[in-house]
Design a protein around this ligand. Structure first.
Ligand code: ATP
Ligand code: MG
Length: 400
């Protein structure tokens, strides 16, 4: 058993000693078998939520109506979810209600893809009802059961398919892909926030090109905010350098560039995608800077204004576009100051030295000094700055 599973095994043992079935399920089992990094260890059990709670000292009702209880242990916390089926999907979105069941089979049957429908017990024994192991070996994503039916039940699964395709570098089984192409329009029924999460994961993954190619080929883009009729622009991203992105704002920045959105258009586009205010602020601020970096014309003042986002959000996108990042990184590091607080002169010093200066002019003088320091025209020392300021029109003209 992988270390993460060893840590969680006491939870499984406690459940099985009490007479319930309990398994590791979902992405953790898939990733363990692929020798990928395991994030969340999810546990499925035949015990009902109240029964789970009765067995452990410390639990949290994370999603009790869906059957999920978080169990807190010395080794970590684990989501323990009761086996369930999701019956009667009426609106292509979410199950009308979940029914708790005692059978592992029914629980695995409701899962999206065969590689996500594997269960492992605390001895490492695998339950594989849909040849998920074969698909793992062949690197194939295949819907559990009838793909058409499964996408009808929950259209988000189509986005999950392309997201996993990018994250795992798998191919999509032809019948599953055909069903996505047929049903791409059903995605319009899904809440944008949920599409957003899968879309960003797809584009942040190293092998974004594989999922993106399917996203375009199946016309899922036609059902997404602001992406109808943009297949040609999206295709330009297929030749990006394959590398993972860590900041979601990088994803939106790259996308804005591909769609050739300007600063005015990017706000409404991102709003339609229900992005966060922070993501919008970052992308609006960085979009013109990215264009200058791509053209090789960004100056010290552009870099200063981008701030730390320059390194964490913009440079990864530049790399994705094939622009060498090391020289830009060095130029950013070499800025004489990175914040106004690092300026050797503050408002108080300016007022003391130039008492005749009007209030509103103090800010202007400091801003001019900041620009000069960032551009390397004046040394960041108090004497050099005061000398520079004395020659500024606000001060010089005020003295006569
Ligand atoms: P990740 O590594 O991103 O967490 P994951 O496979 O664990 O991948 P989750 O979204 O955490 O994905 O979901 C956990 C499991 O729940 C999945 O592996 C799958 O079995 C099931 N699942 C999640 N969403 C759906 C869905 N919309 N339809 C069917 N099954 C789903
Ligand atoms: Mg998960």
């Amino acid at each position: 058993l992988p270390h993460e599973f060893e840590q969680a095994a006491p939870v499984l043992r406690r459940l099985s000693e009490a007479g319930y079935q309990a398994y590791f399920v979902g992405g953790a089992v898939r990733d363990a078998l692929l020798h990928d990094h395991i994030h969340d260890v999810d546990i499925a059990t035949s015990a009902y939520p109240a029964e789970v709670k009765a067995l452990f000292h410390r639990t949290v009702d994370t999603g009790i109506q869906h059957g999920t209880v978080t169990v807190l242990t010395e080794n970590g916390q684990y989501e323990v979810t009761t086996f369930r089926t999701e019956s009667t999907y009426q609106d292509y979105r979410r199950p009308d209600h979940v029914t708790f069941v005692r059978s592992l089979r029914e629980d695995l049957q409701r899962r999206d893809f065969t590689v996500n429908a594997l269960a492992m017990d605390h001895t490492g024994q695998i339950t594989d009802l849909f040849d998920g192991l074969g698909d793992l070996q062949r690197h194939v994503l295949r819907a559990v059961g009838q793909p058409e039916e499964r996408f009808h039940e929950d259209a988000l699964r189509m986005m999950r398919a392309v997201r996993f395709q990018s994250q795992l570098s798998f191919t999509i089984d032809p019948a599953t892909e055909t069903a996505i192409a047929h049903h791409h329009d059903l995605l319009k029924k899904i809440a944008v926030e949920r599409i957003n999460m899968e879309f960003v994961k797809m584009l942040a993954a190293r092998d974004r090109a594989s999922g993106l190619a399917t996203f375009i080929a199946t016309r899922l883009n036609e059902a997404c905010p602001g992406l109808a009729g943009t297949a040609d622009q999206l295709r330009t991203m297929l030749s990006d350098v394959p590398m993972p992105l860590t900041a979601s704002a990088s994803v939106w920045l790259r996308l804005a560039a591909a769609l050739q959105l300007d600063q005015a258009a990017v706000g409404p586009f991102m709003r339609a995608w229900k992005t966060t205010n922070e993501e919008r602020r970052q992308v609006k601020g960085l979009l013109p800077t990215l264009q200058k970096v791509a053209a090789g014309t960004a100056d010290a003042w552009d870099l200063y204004n981008a701030g730390p986002d320059f390194l964490t959000v913009l440079l990864p996108v530049a790399q994705q576009l094939g622009i060498a990042s090391a020289p830009w990184q060095a130029r950013y590091a070499a800025l004489p100051v990175h914040t106004v607080g690092e300026l050797a002169v503050h408002g108080g010093t300016v007022m003391a030295r130039f008492p005749q200066l009007q209030g509103p002019h103090i800010g202007a003088v400091l801003q001019a000094a900041l620009r000069a320091v960032v551009a390397g025209r004046v040394a960041n020392t108090e004497p050099a700055l005061l000398e520079y300021m004395a020659e500024l029109p606000e001060i010089k003209d005020g003295q006569h």
